[in-house]
Design a protein around this ligand. Structure first.
Ligand code: BG6
Length: 505
């Protein structure tokens, strides 16, 4: 890893939930691993009235409550000594002069050399205002040290708003100063998709329409909306998960090999995939949406979505969506990509399943009465991160009976190697100016172009159904009908968890 240059990190929304849950723990971990430069400080900006001292106390209390391995008091004290806070009405750009004064002061005190990252951990309604406030006060130009801005999702609510936001940011910053976060790209196992494909000679020759029958991508969540009903009811699963995280996974699975492992080359390749995704015309049959309803599972009552706080009692927001996509290019012509995500499903699991075509001639009899097997490569993003290959193997004894067996690797087998948290990786990358794992403006707009027609159809055509599914089940049964081949179904990972026994990879 490159040594980090001295710099100042300014977090807007410093008293908020994202800062406490994700940013501070990630920064603390980076600090504990002694990766921060000598000249470093964090300035929290927020509307809440705190002194720097009160902010430090708040953060050290939160840090001392985290996880099972409570960090030592001294380490926490050393970390919080780098924290500062300024209370500002962030809605009012005329107050940004005081931020500038504070930044100048900290740059002097900590020798951060004029390098500055602005992290927008605020509600999206503030993104444009903060960018303008910084620009008006001369805080965005790359003179006297570099300046970068990190923007959280959601990046717009449709294509038009994303374009407006991009245009606005580009009036204040250059594209290469803007780091748009998609935390899925920070996950170790997501990065491993590229490594699996491009560091092993055996996969790439098979990675195309001649050998791959279809690809499945599942991001199942067992949690509901967890107190975020107000936000979620205006968003829904398509905006919340598909437009960003799942289309990123599709791009990584389907991209051509980049010429170099460099932000520019990789992002050009993933963008090409998004450009090749066929426009979905028949929303009613290619996209299935659902919403969880009240249920009783193993004696436990689960609330329906409409009774969640902040959710309208007649809400038609989808908490589940499954869709069939095609990528119209030379490599993928005709290969369906089935993707689905939902809340209140039986387990939390994100995985990509590549189904290879069966052998052209069937010689053996498979167990469970099947005549053939499709080899599957399963890339488990989370939990129990790993990779698994299913192949047919002879059952010992007379005859030639075959069963599927697993060749598998679990990250947990690496023992001492902890998988870094996504935010940790992404923060370090932004600090060293590596934009590879951040989304470029054109890719964001392109992914909105894929989901926009679906959103519009749902809005304008009330006859497109939204199916109820009992909470803690695998979503509406109608989603099974998306799979073209009637002999195949979605893979139901962790099916044995239903009996509370174990989670099957
Ligand atoms: C976020 C969504 O982007 O991703 C949440 O807003 C979702 O609704 C979360 O729960 C899932 O992330 P992960 O890392 O838990 O898969």
């Amino acid at each position: 890893m490159k040594v980090l240059e001295n710099q100042l990190l300014v977090i807007f929304g410093a008293s908020g939930d994202l800062t406490s849950r994700k940013l501070i723990p990630a920064l603390f971990e980076i600090f504990s691993q002694q990766l921060l430069p000598d000249g470093f400080a964090i300035l929290g900006v927020g509307r809440k009235e705190f002194s720097s001292e009160e902010f430090r106390t708040k953060i050290s209390t939160e840090l001392s409550k985290t996880g099972d391995k409570t960090p030592g008091k001294n380490v926490i004290e050393a970390f919080v000594s780098m924290l500062h806070y300024i209370s500002v009405n962030t809605m009012d750009t005329s107050e940004y002069g005081s931020i500038r004064t504070k930044i100048d002061e900290l740059q002097q005190a900590h020798g951060t050399g004029g390098n500055c990252i602005f992290y927008l951990a605020t509600p999206p309604s503030l993104y444009e205002i903060v960018a303008s406030g910084l620009s008006i006060n001369g805080l965005t130009a790359n003179d006297n040290g570099w300046k970068r801005i990190i923007v959280e999702k959601p990046f717009g609510i449709n294509l038009k708003s994303a374009q407006l936001l991009n245009n606005h940011l580009l009036q204040c910053f250059d594209e290469d100063q803007i780091y748009r976060i998609d935390h899925y790209l920070g996950k170790e196992t997501v990065q491993n998709v590229m490594v699996t494909r491009f560091s092993n000679g055996i996969f790439e020759p098979l990675w195309n329409r001649n050998y791959i029958h279809h690809v499945e991508i599942t991001a199942a969540e067992s949690i509901g909306v967890e107190g975020r009903g107000g936000y979620y009811d205006k968003s829904g699963a398509l905006r919340d998960m598909v437009q960003n995280h799942l289309l990123q996974l599709v791009s990584l699975i389907a991209m051509e090999p980049p010429t170099r492992i460099h932000a520019h080359d990789i992002r050009n390749e993933t963008l090409k995939v998004l450009h090749s995704v066929r426009r979905i015309e028949n929303i009613g049959s290619d996209v299935i949406r659902g919403q969880y309803t009240e249920s009783m599972v193993r004696g436990i009552k689960h609330n329906g979505y409409r009774s969640e706080p902040g959710v309208a009692s007649d809400s038609r927001t989808e908490t589940y969506v499954a869709l069939r996509l095609f990528i119209d290019n030379w490599r993928w012509g005709g290969v369906p990509f089935y993707i689905r995500t939902g809340k209140c499903l039986p387990v939390r699991v994100t995985e990509i399943v590549v189904h290879f075509r069966p052998t052209p001639h069937r010689l053996f009899c498979f167990d469970e009465g099947r005549m053939n097997s499709d080899n599957q490569l399963i890339i488990r993003i989370q939990p129990d991160e790993g990779i698994l290959f299913k192949i047919g193997m002879k059952i010992p004894g007379t005859g030639f009976h075959v069963q599927d067996v697993n060749l598998d690797f679990h990250y947990s087998d690496l023992g001492s190697q902890n998988l870094p948290e996504a935010y940790q990786r992404l923060l370090v990358d932004a600090m060293q100016g590596d934009a590879t794992l951040f989304t470029r403006g054109d890719a964001i707009e392109q992914s909105w172009k894929i989901v926009d027609p679906i959103l519009r159809a749902w809005e304008n055509d009330q006859s497109i159904p939204i199916f109820g599914y009992p909470a803690v089940t695998w979503g509406p049964q109608e989603a099974d009908g998306l799979i073209d081949d009637s002999t195949m179904t979605w893979r139901y990972p962790c099916k044995n968890l239903a009996e509370g026994i174990y989670c099957e990879l």
